[in-house]
Design a binder for this molecule. Sequence first.
Ligand code: SF4
Length: 459
Amino acid sequence: MTEKGTVFSQNVKQVAFDVEHQKRMMSRYDFFMSVAEDCANHYANIELEKSRAFNIRNKAFKNYDKLLVDFETNIVNNGGIVRWARDAEEAKQLVYDILDDEKAKNVVKTKSTVAEEIGLMSYLEMKKIKVTETDTGDFICYQYNERPSDVTHSAAHKSRKEISETFTEKFGVKEDLSAKQLMIVTRKVLNDKYLNADATITGADFIVADTGDIVMSENEGNVLKTMSLANVQIVLAGIDKLIPSVDDLSVLLPLSSLYEVTKIKAKSIYTLLSGPAKEECDRNKKLYVVLIDNRRSYLMEKEVQRKIFTCIECGACHSVCPVFNTVGGHVYDSAFPGPVGAIVSLSECYENSAHLSTLCASCHQCEEYCPMNIKISDLILQNRIDIIKEDRSLVGEKNVFNFILNRVENRKDMDNKPFFKNFELKQLLKKTWGTHREIPVFAEKSFSQLWREIYGSEE
Ligand code: SF4
C-alpha cells in the first residue's frame, strides 16, 4: 500500500467505529431521506429534467477548447482579466502575483473547492497574506486547521458543543452557546474582515461561454458582501465549470439546489457576474478570473470518467452513500471527498489516490439521487478497470488475488483440514480485516467433499 493508502486505512479504522461520529453522519442521512422525495415532486418529470441537464454539460465536452476561448473573449470584452493556470503551483503563483501587484494584504474568501484543491490558503499564509474564510462551515473547519469534510456540509463532523468550546477559546465568548448564538459570533468576527478587505477570492459554480458570465451560489450572503466591499476580486474556476449558454441555467440552477433543503433553499442566492462594476463610484474595481486545468484535461480525455465533470456539487451522493456515511469526508484527504472524489482524485495522482476507488459497494444509491444522472458507480468501476489494465494495482493486492486465483484453480487444496485453511485466511487478512469483526471460519467439509459423499463422484 502507498504511504497515503496506509494513512487512509488507519484513519478509516479510527472513524468507522466512533459512535458519536456515526450518529452525526446518520442524522444527516435521515434528514436527507426525509425530504428527498418531496424535492423530486416539485418536477412534473424529474427524470426528463435530469437527462436534459446531463446532456447540456456532457455535450459541452465535445468543443471545450472553443467554448473556453469564447468565455475568455466575452469576459475580457466585459472588462475582466483572464489568467490561465496549467497546474496547482501555477495557479497559486498567479493568485499571489495578482495580490502582490494590487498590494492586497487582507483578503476575504468564499467557499471554493478548487482553492482547497490547490492548497491556496496555506500558500498565501506562507507568503504573509492574511486570508479569512467567510463560509460559516469552512470558517469553523479553519479554526481547527482542518479542511472542510464535505462540499456542502463542511463542518458536519463537528458537534455544537465542540464548536462552542473552540469559539470560547478563540474569541473569548461565553461557554455552551446555541447554534444561533454561534452564528452571531461568526457574523461579528467576519463583518470586521469584510470592511477591511483589500481583495476577495471566490469560486464559481459555472462559467458561461456565450456571455462571459460567472455564476456563484450561496445561502449566507457572504459572496455578495465580499464582492461589494473590496476593490479587487479574484475568481477561481476549474475549466470543467464551463457551460455553453446562459439559457442552460434555467435547467441547471433549479437542479443544483434540488436537495439543499434546510428550511429555506440553501443555495437560494445566485449571482451572475459579468465583469467589474462599471458605476463611477466603483471605477477602481478589478476582476481577475483564474482558469485552472490541474489535470482536468487529462481526465477529460477518458471517455467514461470525464462524465464526472457534469457534477454540480450538490452533495446528494455524499448524503446517501453508505461508505461516505461510515467513514466521513476527512479520510478521503481530498478537496473532493466522497464518491465524486474517488473519481476526480485519480486525475491528481494515480499512486496516491487509487485506494479511493475501493470505497464503493456498488449499491447505486448515489445514482438514484444524483440530479445530473451521473452513473457514479460505473465511473468508479472504470477507474478500477483502468488501474488493473495499466498494471497499477498494488503489489500486496496482486499477491492476494493471485493466491485466491491459485486456490480456486486447484480445488484439491480446498479439501485441506479447516484448521490449515483458517490459519491461511487469518494470515491473509490480518492487516486488513480489523479487530472489530470476526473472520469467518471454514466449514468442516468443503463443498466438493460433501458432493462426493452424496453423489460418489465429482461429476
Ligand atoms: S454506488 Fe458506491 S459511491 Fe454510490 S452510494 Fe453506493 S457505495 Fe456510495
